[in-house]
Every structure is written in structure tokens, then in C-alpha cells.
Design a protein around this ligand. Structure first.
Ligand SMILES: O=C(O)CCC(=O)C(=O)O
Ligand SMILES: [Fe+2]
Length: 314
């Protein structure tokens, strides 16, 4: 009873370190269901995942500090044609917030190209740690998606096709400390516009809204990854899984860094046909993710009660 009450107040924690976590085992089956239920209930969960070595974690966060320490003009250089808003910051409503995006971080050459734009003289440590980090976190992303497909009884091939047509972005966030009289809001409550976001924060500050409306503060740890469903997951799941609402407050005296591996559908995506039935009639038209990202900041989108429904809801 006691633990049930406690559970409702926290985001579920799911262990991804168990040696038996392989397709075909009982641990795999029960974890698949735990992942699906957490996503259906809260749009997210905490993954206990220790495949990112503490040294790599340290090295990638040092790299982030170097990146944000660059002159603003350097940081604002255009690095991708995709509408992922490479640099974001200097916003009067959220003055503490800055963020930058590395497109296609699983590819060593893309990391190198990005690094060369930021440091024309080169910065091997940056490019190397970003690429290694993204690859490790992507393994968790693949596992989570395979588990969701498994738990809905969908064929593996379908999941592999989705993974193949997925584009990844590594988004880095920095929050400076507020000055006297300034807001301590880092980012206001929102859902992410991607498919799935996997976050690791250097310092506390992230809060996630639970199903019962309460806010849950996530504790920072190198081996705790916050897995959040985004708007595209709602489309794919035909609303069985909702985007996870989250926000950030700066409650510390030191600047805060956080890293997110975000996934986007590289091809037009439709709600999974097996998740459409009498009880769950079709809720979305075919969805063009980059079209959605372009729509995202328009006046029509900002005014809408739900941007994703305004874009492609039925
Ligand atoms: O800083 C964080 O941990 C998350 C930031 C965030 O949610 C966002 O910018 O979408
Ligand atoms: Fe977010």
C-alpha cells in the first residue's frame, strides 16, 4: 500500500543493466511491458543505464562547457539545413536558457564537420566524446523502441524500418544562474516536438509532470537517463502514448548543463495501423516531421491548445 502511494508520486525507474535483458527472456518481456505502461501512463520514465562510462560522461560534459564558452557569434553559425534551430537562446522570456544542436551525432564525420565549424583549428576531444556518447545513448533509444513494439505485439521488422528512417540530433542545454530579481525559470512546461528524447542532466532542475498532475523532480546522476515521449510518438501510437510534459527551474548557484538525444522521423509517418481499432479510431493524418518543425513556431501553432493536433490531428 505504502509503496503504491509512493509510486504514484514518482516516475517509474526501469533497469536496463540486467544481463538477462535480451529478447526471448522473461526479464525482456516484463521490461517491455513496464516500458509501455510507463509511456502510456506518464509519457516517460527513468532508465537506469550504466553503459555510459563515468569518464565519457565527464568528457562529454566538459566538451559542452567548451562549446557554450565560445563567442555568441561562433555559436550562432548555421550548422544544418534541417529546421532544428541549431542555436537557441537570448530569449527575454527564458533568459537563462541556451541550447545547441549537433545533427547526426551517431556519424563520426558529421561530428567532425560540426566541430570544425565551431573550432576551425580542430577539437578532437569534442568530436570524439560527442560521437561516443551519442552512440551509447542511441543503444538505449533502440532498446526502448524495440520494447514498445514488442509489448504491442508488433513485428520487429517494423521497428527496424522505423529505426532506419530515424534522424538523430544531440541537443545540448546550458542555463546560467539567475541574477537578482531575474526569473529562475529555465524552460517553461512543454512536450518535445521529436519522437523520443533521452536526457541526462549534470545538475538537478528538470521536473516531469506525472499522470496525476504532480511535478516530479528528477535527481541528476550519470547513470539515470530520462526517457520522454515527444509529439511524434503520440502520432505513431495513435494517442496511446502522450507526450511527456516537463520544465526546468534553476535552483542552484552554479550553471547547469544537460544533454538530450532526440529522434525525428526522417520519412512521412502514419499512426501504426495495428494501434487503430474501434476503441482507438484513427486520430492523425500522415505526418511529415520536418513540416511539423517548420509549423511549430508559427503563430497558428503557438496559439493552438495542442500543436500536434493543429498540425495533423483528425
Ligand atoms: O534542460 C533540460 O534538461 C531539458 C531541456 C528541455 O526540455 C528542452 O529544451 O526541450
Ligand atoms: Fe524538452
Amino acid at each position: 500500500m505504502g509503496s503504491e502511494t509512493e509510486n504514484r508520486k514518482s516516475l517509474p525507474m526501469i533497469d536496463f543493466n540486467d544481463e538477462n535483458l535480451k529478447p526471448g527472456t522473461q526479464t525482456w518481456v516484463s521490461t517491455c511491458d513496464a516500458v509501455r505502461v510507463a509511456l502510456e501512463d506518464h509519457g516517460g520514465f527513468l532508465a537506469h543505464y550504466d553503459k555510459v562510462d563515468p569518464l565519457l560522461n565527464h568528457s562529454v560534459f566538459s566538451a559542452m562547457k567548451q562549446l557554450f564558452d565560445l563567442p555568441l557569434q561562433t555559436k550562432m553559425q548555421h550548422t544544418t539545413d534541417k529546421p532544428i534551430y541549431s542555436y537557441a537562446g537570448q530569449r527575454p522570456d527564458i533568459p537563462l536558457y541556451e541550447s545547441m544542436a549537433i545533427d547526426n551525432p551517431l556519424n563520426a564525420k558529421s561530428c567532425h564537420n560540426y566541430t570544425t565549424i565551431m573550432w576551425p583549428q580542430g577539437n578532437h576531444q569534442f568530436s570524439e566524446s560527442v560521437n561516443s556518447y551519442a552512440k551509447k545513448v542511441a543503444e538505449l533509444d533502440y532498446t526502448v523502441k524495440r520494447m514498445v513494439f514488442g509489448s504491442y505485439g508488433l513485428e520487429n521488422e517494423k521497428c527496424e524500418r522505423l529505426l532506419e528512417s530515424t534522424d538523430y540530433v544531440l541537443r545540448c542545454y546550458k542555463y546560467r544562474t539567475p541574477e537578482i530579481g531575474e526569473t529562475n525559470l529555465g524552460v517553461r512546461a512543454h512536450t518535445d516536438s521529436g519522437f523520443l528524447t533521452i536526457l541526462n542532466q549534470r545538475l538537478n532542475g528538470l521536473e516531469v509532470q506525472l499522470k496525476n498532475g504532480e511535478w516530479f523532480q528528477v535527481d541528476a546522476s550519470p547513470s539515470i537517463f530520462v526517457v520522454l515521449a515527444g509529439d511524434a510518438f503520440m502520432v505513431w501510437s495513435n494517442d496511446r502514448i502522450c507526450g511527456c510534459v516537463h520544465r526546468v527551474f534553476m535552483n542552484t548557484e552554479v550553471e547547469r548543463y544537460s544533454l538530450g538525444l532526440l529522434s525525428y522521423a526522417g520519412k512521412v509517418m502514419e499512426p501504426e495501423e495495428k494501434l487503430v481499432d474501434e476503441e482507438h479510431p484513427l486520430r492523425y493524418k500522415p505526418f511529415d516531421h520536418y513540416g511539423y518543425l517548420r509549423f511549430f513556431l508559427t503563430e497558428e501553432a503557438v496559439k493552438a491548445a495542442s500543436r500536434i493536433k493543429a498540425y495533423c490531428g483528425i
